[in-house]
Design a protein around this ligand. Structure first.
Ligand code: NDP
Length: 315
């Protein structure tokens, strides 16, 4: 039978390119979890995705109610859940003030981490009961949260500190909107959220891989300098960033190539190892990459997991 892959944020960029790459193989049905139904449907059509190869289901990760509703709606489709890809993200590098999700969490961590944390926890049962030979839960990471790399050392650096902000709910009122309790910084909030994504993947692996057989993975697909992720950046940055990545850092990848990479993590029979953070070298060959000290700290992963459980109402 065809596999079914759920991809969040499949209305643009990496998520759309991955949905297209999978649908084109004829071996996958893609469930696109998107906050803007019309945009997603136009994007799928414009990408040339065949009708019947995908289903769009509304999902707004900035609302825990919407996440729960999405899970209920997915179950109503009566399709198996074989792979889940947590891909959607917001990046607000120029925001002067924090903005907040429906539940009052700072937006970048709320959407990129907490919304996905609840989604992944809820869908783990569905993944576990699938009879697909290789079930996978993938959380898209990033190099920018990884302070053991050049890109991860561009300030402001990711740093979750002692998690005091996360512990108090990131509401910007009784506590700071930042995980480490510091001043709001949109670029740092994004990087912190990506560290949470990578820690969450590893904690899932430690807690559930043995019991469920699900493969948990994260990845850095390369710098996809053309996606909507940079939409809130200043115009000069948006103009110069793609050529800079292409010719100077040489980390640039097209959306199509990045989509193929993520599609490999979804379906390639050689990428079944769990607990891995995948990257690709200049010849587009995948390898198991090292995470920074903070992004691979098991104590921190456990604390982030426990605090996140409380915030999303699982504990
Ligand atoms: P895009 O902005 O193109 O895509 C992000 C997607 O997330 C969009 O579909 C967007 O929906 C969706 N989204 C945003 N907020 C919400 C929400 N509240 N609920 C549901 N969906 C939402 O960026 P990319 O494709 O670049 O990013 C995809 C992933 O790749 C992210 O996890 C990012 O961190 C990661 N990444 C990107 C890199 C890059 O260089 N671009 C490098 C490394 C990692 P909508 O279309 O409605 O806005």
């Amino acid at each position: 039978r065809k596999g079914t892959a759920i991809i969040t944020g499949a209305s643009s960029g990496l998520g759309l390119a991955t949905a297209k790459a999978l649908a084109e193989t004829g071996r996958w049905h893609v469930v696109m979890g998107c906050r803007d139904f019309l945009k997603a449907s136009r994007a799928a059509k414009a990408a040339g995705m065949e009708k019947g190869s995908y289903t769009i289901v509304h999902l707004d990760l900035a609302s825990l109610d919407s996440v729960r509703q999405f899970v209920a709606n997915v179950r109503r489709l009566e399709m198996p859940v074989d792979v889940v890809v947590c891909n959607a993200a917001v990046y607000q590098p120029t925001a002067k003030q924090p903005s907040f999700t429906a539940d009052g969490f700072e937006m970048s961590v709320g959407v990129n981490h907490l919304g996905h944390f609840l989604l992944a926890r809820e869908l783990l049962a569905d993944l576990t009961s699938s009879d697909y030979p290789s079930k996978r839960l993938i959380i898209v990471g990033s190099i920018t949260g990884n302070t053991n790399t050049l890109a991860g050392n561009v300030p402001p650096k990711a740093n979750l500190g002692d998690l005091r902000g996360l512990a108090s709910g990131l509401d910007g009122v009784s506590s700071s909107a930042m995980i480490d309790g510091g001043e709001f910084d949109g670029a740092k909030a994004y990087k912190d959220s990506k560290v949470c994504n990578m820690l969450t993947m590893q904690e899932f692996h430690r807690r559930y891989h043995g019991e469920t057989g699900v493969t948990f993975a994260s990845l850095y697909p390369g710098c996809i300098a053309t996606t909507g992720l940079f939409r809130e950046h200043v115009p000069l940055f948006r103009l110069l960033f793609p050529p800079f990545q292409k010719y100077i850092t040489k980390g640039y990848v097209s959306e199509e190539e990045a989509g193929k990479r993520l599609a490999q993590v979804v379906s390639d029979p050689s990428l079944t190892k769990s607990g891995v953070y995948w990257s690709w070298n200049n010849n587009s060959a995948s390898f198991e990459n090292q995470l920074s000290e903070e992004a691979s700290d098991p104590e921190k992963a456990k604390k982030v997991w426990e605090l996140s459980e409380k915030l999303v109402g699982l504990a």
